[in-house]
Write a protein that binds this ligand. Structure first.
Ligand code: F6R
Length: 268
């Protein structure tokens, strides 16, 4: 895992948007895996700005979102379908047929899970997967105890996730937060060619330490990223504040340009 520590939320959004922008420049028909929640909001703002001011072109980009609440219609203002259109898709030139989210109103949810996996495979797999991390270490809605190899599936949300989501969304009303979600599995996430996890704030510091430096465990599903060959974890200072090896991660970043110089010298 590459650990990148930036000053604050704004710098994190700049950094994440740059990585995503670069991915789109390098491969215009990239398949992006996208996340909802509060962490990526500013990153999506930056992508919209890059589209408007620098012509970042989404016309060939295909997207797959991580998850969706089960039983919430697409046009519900708390659905992830609504969120993604509101924050990103309505403001860039993405083709509607290239946008994919799990179907929260699927008549047969289990078949919908298998269909979603097939659709990702048909698109050639995910090039770059953006992730946040939940307070309990979940990635997508893979709550503690989820398989670290599983595909898209139905999950029961933990009480903590329900209350976190009520606090941030649903006007604080826990009763209204759906208790089930259809979510890409940890296995689906690990299959992405690149993974970019972003986390901010002191409230994420303990779980960041647990998944970056703690044991690989289904109790903290983000720890599965330790097994991914190309995972970048971007943290603001607050989220990084409990990392034990923080000085080493900073040192690695400071040596990046030295490594490029060394490579150039060796190539001569
Ligand atoms: C969202 C998702 C979740 C969030 C996580 C963090 O699609 O899959 O895993 O990334 O709950 O949420 P925030 O960013 O609101 O702290």
């Amino acid at each position: 895992m590459e650990i990148v520590i930036v000053q604050d939320r704004a710098a994190l959004a700049d950094y994440a948007a740059q990585i995503i922008g670069k991915q789109i420049h390098t491969k215009p028909d990239s398949v992006l895996g996208l996340a909802t929640g509060s962490t990526p909001v500013e990153t999506y703002q930056r992508l919209v700005e890059a589209h408007k001011s620098k012509g970042l072109d989404f016309s060939k980009v295909r997207t797959f979102n991580l998850d969706e609440y089960l039983g919430l219609p697409r046009d519900h203002n708390q659905s992830y379908h609504f969120f993604m259109h509101d924050r990103l898709f309505n403001h860039v030139n993405i083709a509607p047929e290239n946008v994919n989210l799990p179907d929260g109103m699927a008549m047969d949810p289990e078949t919908a899970c298998a269909d979603y996996e097939n659709k990702i495979a048909d698109a050639g797999g995910i090039d770059l997967q953006l992730l946040g991390v939940g307070g309990n270490g979940h990635i997508a809605f893979n709550e503690p105890g989820s398989s670290l190899a599983g595909p898209t599936t139905i999950k029961v949300l933990t009480r903590q996730t329900v209350s976190d989501n009520a606090r941030l969304f649903f006007d604080g009303n826990e009763e209204e937060v759906p208790k089930f979600a259809i979510t890409m599995g940890v296995g689906s996430i690990l299959a992405a060619r690149k993974v970019l996890l972003i986390a901010t704030g002191t409230e994420k510091a303990a779980i960041v330490r647990a998944f970056v430096e703690g044991p690989l465990t289904a109790s903290v599903t983000a720890s599965a990223l330790q097994m991914h060959p190309n995972a970048t974890i971007v943290l603001d200072e607050e989220a990084a504040s409990k990392l034990e090896n923080i000085e080493y991660y900073r040192w690695v970043q400071s040596q990046k340009s030295e490594y490029e110089k060394l490579k150039n010298r060796l190539a001569k």
